[in-house]
Write a protein that binds this ligand. Structure first.
Ligand code: ADP
Length: 331
């Protein structure tokens, strides 16, 4: 697909900036009121029992704050955070090494937890449930099992694909929360906060213009803010005006709904080559040279939320709104 603001891989530079913009406490975390309330309550109750909170599962599209929340949970309960991902844990031994190193109150954050392999996932069950691990040492007839007790810890699992999680894994989380796309008002607060941290002078109408094009996603809002700052630096004497934002959005080919060239390519493909659908995600994946998982987890959720695309049993179908938005006639 073409250059995109949705870029699922994050550059090392961006990881650093992300960390500096990341809210450090629940009170700094913008939006998601129901989720915040439920976490606040769980943290306060656990604190009064002198225990870490129950295992937490966070799900929703990328860039909405799952990693941020896991850092906040660790710091609110006075523990450290250990970060890994489902695909990185290839052997049960890798997981055991992580779990046995946790101190009381620590958080083990597993991103993309739906991608854990079966053996590792099954090892995780007893670690989560009984805080103990049964480890098999050695091989063949000499093999023996030792049981290791773990310190009270919290597992925070994050996933963009709630439906891909197995029932047994899901049932071992005590707190399950969905992250929703952010409103324009909430994104405006995210942007204002980030502009203060990055010392960017930002006009009020420029904030709203950025918020409206950020697909309800703080990570994208922060990306667009930084790209607009570049324009402001070169052409607008460092002052981030509405004009600087509009120039940047035009350059990045982001339209008034926040769709970029890749989103429009996806919709146009379904209309032009498949009469509006239904078409399978695998077909789209090979036509657009994009990973099927990325299409499902990164592109589609927002298009569906905007009412431009629907998932049916037979495949993806574009809606009348998509034809209208792209200015294409139905044949
Ligand atoms: P995810 O883990 O869901 O992909 P992250 O937690 O990495 O998302 O969030 C991406 C970036 O967006 C973070 O660096 C942070 O700066 C910003 N962000 C996310 N949620 C919020 C929020 N509620 N308030 C302020 N900034 C946020």
């Amino acid at each position: 697909m073409t250059d995109t603001i949705l870029e699922p891989t994050i550059s090392p530079e961006e990881i650093q900036i992300d960390a500096s913009l990341r809210p450090k406490s629940l009170s700094d975390f913008v939006g998601q009121p129901r989720l915040k309330q439920s976490l606040e309550l769980a943290l306060a109750a656990a604190k009064s029992r002198h225990e870490p909170i129950d295992h937490v599962l966070l799900y929703g599209p990328p860039g909405l704050g799952k990693t941020t929340l896991s850092h906040i949970i660790a710091s609110e309960q006075g523990g450290s955070i250990h970060v890994t991902t489902g695909p990185a844990l290839t052997r049960a031994g890798d997981l055991a090494a992580l779990l046995t190193n946790l101190e009381e109150g620590d958080v083990l954050f597993i991103d993309e937890i739906h991608r854990l392999n079966k053996v590792v996932e099954e090892t995780l069950y007893s670690g989560m449930e009984d805080r103990r691990l049964d480890l098999v040492l050695g091989k063949g007839p000499a093999a023996r099992t030792v049981t290791v007790d773990l310190k009270p810890f919290t597992l925070v699992g994050a996933t963009t694909m709630y439906g891909s999680l197995s029932g047994p894994l899901r049932s071992r989380f005590g707190i399950i929360n969905k992250l929703e796309y952010y409103s324009d008002t909430d994104l405006s607060s995210v942007l204002t906060r980030s502009a203060n941290i990055l010392k960017i002078q930002l006009d009020r109408d420029a904030v709203l213009a950025l918020a409206k094009r950020s697909r309800g996603t703080p990570r994208i809002a922060n990306r667009l803010l930084r790209r607009s700052r570049d324009t402001a630096q070169i052409h607008h004497h460092n002052h981030l005006t509405l004009q600087a934002v509009n120039d940047t959005l035009t350059l990045l080919q982001i339209d008034e709904l926040g769709l970029d060239a890749s989103d429009r390519e996806l919709l146009t493909r379904i209309i032009t080559y498949h009469h509006g659908g239904p078409v399978g995600v695998e077909t789209l994946s090979s036509a657009l040279s994009e990973d099927a998982g990325t299409i499902e987890e990164v592109y589609e959720p927002f298009l569906i939320q905007q009412g431009l695309l629907a998932r049916t049993k037979a495949g993806r179908v574009v809606t009348d709104l998509a034809y209208k938005h792209l200015g294409l006639a139905k044949k």
